[in-house]
Design a protein around this ligand. Structure first.
Ligand SMILES: *Cc1c(COP(=O)(O)O)cnc(C)c1O
Length: 433
């Protein structure tokens, strides 16, 4: 299969789409066609890695990764993505828990898959020199997931830039505890400064050729593809048990996770309605309402990993669905305020004794807010994007309750940290490289 740019149709092999991240014309890579699956394509397959290997096979057919894809899936997708039914509810509602990976957020899925495919591409001697440097700017979750995924991976080095003093203490720990082939740089500035520095580094031919800079940001097609696979697994599981489709509510920022769900639906998986839950950054809900796409600067909210005013993957959604009416046929969207996020975290804790992260809370609110008839009509799944313990400084005071971190996260929190602080200047990044 070929991958083409959303802008000019510029076509490349999957190896190149993965190693270059974005297309030279500034567009995003998408498959030139989507496979169409029947339910029985997956007969006999139960675990996530096995379903993912089958689901992703057409995208890798004819590439140098075709034969190693099952191994990559088993190595990278080695943690559970359970669909948990909420008990004692009047209608069928489940939560898809995507926070059982090493850094307790769904980004582990994409980051680990991307790392495994890159290592395989490098080992086969394609596209890159023996040592590549993955350069990434983070406002919190992405950097930790990428650092964890590439830690001690041969042929790779990771340099993470984060805004000094602007990530949560636990997020900072997850960025700075690795050592070995991972370097963390605290930048005196904001997330936008980090992103500007990374862009400037990629645009600098001398830095590029000296370090073989590679991007691992969330628009890389190698991160999106495995995300579609958990929607395949989860919707299949419910369909096998009941013969019915599942509707999904996806907490959404840059629209990677939500778009992956649309992809899975397009490929024939048993998925019904899809609802994007955003925080007060309401670019997507406003677009679906008015038909005018109006990007804007992002605004800080409690669900900080979703503070995006111009979601990159909108370009993929528009390329797939055509105009806004095409998008409306499949998805709707709703914005949730900080006050409602707080109230939802409290209410759900009272209801079920479970603490949810602020991002997941947007999705739970959207479910609670559905018209009764829609709740009654089918199975709804709220996607849980991170563990509440990652956002302890928000969740614990609301519940007056300590949140135990999951084992994997607790282990990292025991490690000692190391990082360098730099000014927001390209020459200081160059020195650290
Ligand atoms: C990144 C992230 C999101 C937003 O996902 P997108 O793919 O950018 O829409 C939501 N919740 C958490 C916890 C995240 O880390």
């Amino acid at each position: 299969m070929k991958f083409i740019s959303t802008r000019t149709g510029h076509a490349v092999r999957i190896e190149q789409a993965i190693m270059s991240g974005t297309a030279p014309d500034g567009g995003l890579y998408v498959p030139d066609s989507l496979p169409s699956y029947e339910i029985d394509t997956f007969d006999g397959l139960d675990i996530f890695a096995a379903i993912a290997a089958q689901f992703l096979a057409p995208f890798f057919s004819g590439s140098s990764l075709e034969s190693v894809l099952p191994g990559i899936c088993h190595e990278a997708l080695d943690f559970p993505v359970p669909l948990i039914r909420l008990p004692d509810e009047p209608h069928a509602i489940s939560v898809l828990e995507l926070f059982h990976g090493p850094t307790a957020a769904f980004k582990d899925v994409g980051a680990r898959f991307l790392a495994a495919t890159m290592v395989s591409i490098i080992e086969k001697g394609e596209f890159a020199q023996p040592l590549v440097t993955i350069l990434v700017a983070t406002s919190g979750d992405t950097g930790g997931a990428v650092a964890a995924a590439y830690h001690r991976k041969p042929g790779t080095r990771v340099v993470v830039l984060f805004p000094d003093g602007r990530v949560s203490p636990r997020q900072q720990h997850q960025l700075t505890c690795w050592g070995d082939n991972v370097v963390a740089l605290a930048v005196r500035g904001e997330f936008d400064d980090c992103q500007r520095l990374v862009k400037a580094a990629f645009a600098d031919p001398a830095l590029n050729s000296a370090h073989n800079l590679v991007s691992a940001n969330s628009i890389n097609v190698g991160r999106l593809l495995p995300q579609a696979a958990y929607y395949a697994k989860c919707s299949l599981e419910h369909y096998r048990a009941t013969g019915a489709v599942s509707n999904f509510i996806v907490p959404t920022g840059n629209l990677g996770n939500g778009f992956a769900c649309v992809w899975a639906r397009r490929m024939g998986m048993p998925i019904g309605r899809i609802v994007f839950a955003t925080n007060e950054n309401a670019t997507i809900p406003d677009f679906l309402l008015s038909g005018e796409y109006e990007p804007r600067p992002s605004k800080a909210t409690l669900a900080s990993a979703m503070d995006v005013g111009d979601p990159s993957n909108m370009e993929r959604l528009q390329a797939l669905c055509g105009d806004v009416d095409g998008i409306r046929e499949i998805v709707s969207a709703q914005s949730v305020s900080d006050a409602v996020i707080r109230a939802t975290i409290r209410d759900e804790y009272e209801r079920h004794g479970t603490a949810w992260c602020p991002h997941t809370a947007t999705g739970l609110h959207v479910y609670r807010n559905l018209p009764e008839a829609e709740k009654q009509a089918g199975h709804w799944v709220v996607v849980a994007t991170a563990h509440a313990a990652k956002f302890d400084t928000i969740v614990e005071p609301l519940l007056d309750q300590q949140i135990e971190p999951p084992v994997e996260l607790a282990r990292l929190l025991d490690w000692s940290v190391d990082y360098k602080t730099i000014d927001a200047e390209l020459d200081q990044v160059a020195q650290a490289l």
